[in-house]
Design a protein around this ligand. Sequence first.
Ligand SMILES: NC(=O)c1ccc[n+]([C@@H]2O[C@H](COP(=O)([O-])OP(=O)(O)OC[C@H]3O[C@@H](n4cnc5c(N)ncnc54)[C@H](O)[C@@H]3O)[C@@H](O)[C@H]2O)c1
Length: 441
Amino acid sequence: METVTPMSQSAELIGKIKDHSARIGVVGLGYVGLPFLVEKAKVGFHVTGIDRNENRAGMVARGENYIGDVQDDDLREVVRRGLVTTTTNFETVADLDVIVICVPTPLDINLSPDLSYVRHVTEEIGRYLRPGQLVSLESTTYPGTTEEIMKPLLEKSGLKAGQDFFLAHSPERVDPGNARYTTKNTNKVVGGNDPASLEVALAFYKQTIEHVVAVSSAKAAEMVKVYENTFRAVNIALANEIALLCDRMEINVWEVLDAAFTKPFGIMPFYPGPGVGGHCIPLDPHYLEWKAREYNFQTHFIALAGETNRKMPEFVVEKAARVLNQVRKPLNGSKVLLLGMAYKSDLDDYRESPAIEVYRLLERTGAEVSFHDSWTPKVYEHGLTITGVELTEEAVTGADLVIITTRHSDVDYQWVVEKAQIVLDTRYATRGIMSEKVTLL
Ligand SMILES: NC(=O)c1ccc[n+]([C@@H]2O[C@H](COP(=O)([O-])OP(=O)(O)OC[C@H]3O[C@@H](n4cnc5c(N)ncnc54)[C@H](O)[C@@H]3O)[C@@H](O)[C@H]2O)c1
């Protein structure tokens, strides 16, 4: 009887990947999964999207887009060509050759990693796993997840990683809303559980990504991603700390940063603001912090950055009180209009957005708070549902204070400043607008 060696398994799968006959599965059709699915289908792979959200699965199957980084026409076209199938059911895994996991990796209420999504989908995949498949985790997580959590769950099938099936981690680096760097032209890091897994995963990612960077293990790839996001969190925290000091010293922090960033080397632009948001920067460093404790290691920079960034909404409210004080108004009873709920510019994502915390803290002072954000006209979070208002002249002039919490390109800030009584700008959206009505963060 002919024995199946890992070499022949991997060679067969690599062959299918190279001629694009491999069937690809993407688990989780969100900000990461849907652009990924479209990129793979665009080069001719047949892709199956698996999402437990029936509505999302249905929309993708009909070619209806709901993710800003995906071009409507691109999705419609790959659906029209019959390259996309969607399901809520994991039975389809048995028919796939490559399964990529893009499910959420949040924190629980104690800031500990919540890997329940990764565990659940891994268990489901394990039930239908067959020899010759590649499973790759794209979700951001602490170093060790692929080897320590996923591998044993998948091996419950009786199959061995690196021998019967292949296992890798390749962290998604997509920057939602970034028009220059997309899934396709952002370098991709890949780490395998073993050399055969790395070889297969590299072949897979090279099909649609311009530059693929191999590292020696899945653990190293996991560390790369959490390091990158920790780097951002720490540098934003430093900018925030300088902003707090500049406030005390009556120095314009924005002028200082603009000037500092003219240095052509040794510095990178990071800006202060009302805090950090999204599914990455506020969460990922805590994954590493949590894992470090297992090694009796304290990640001081992460703790300090988290603390500094989390304090920013309070500082915004304190500054709002100061600004109103100058016109002899208390926050209590004042009408405050927040411009922006999304965590960053020109995006409909308000997960962990610091604007929500600013909103809550202001309400607690007794202020009458409203918000406008054409990208997120309704916000549902932690049991709170708030509906935004239109950006009318009445809304702006009627507010005792307008606070710019997100800079969106569809807002005419010159007009806002003209109509507003006073403005607190936490994002330097009023750059170049000379008015005594404006106070910067
Ligand atoms: N959003 C970003 O900017 C970004 C960037 C890089 C990496 N990441 C990482 O990628 C991962 C996914 O993030 P996202 O922003 O795409 O999340 P998302 O919430 O936009 O999408 C996740 C999708 O997974 C689906 N899902 C959840 N549980 C499931 C299950 N058991 N079975 C099938 N589908 C399930 C959800 O319905 C949802 O459609 C996270 O680990 C995140 O940290 C996110």
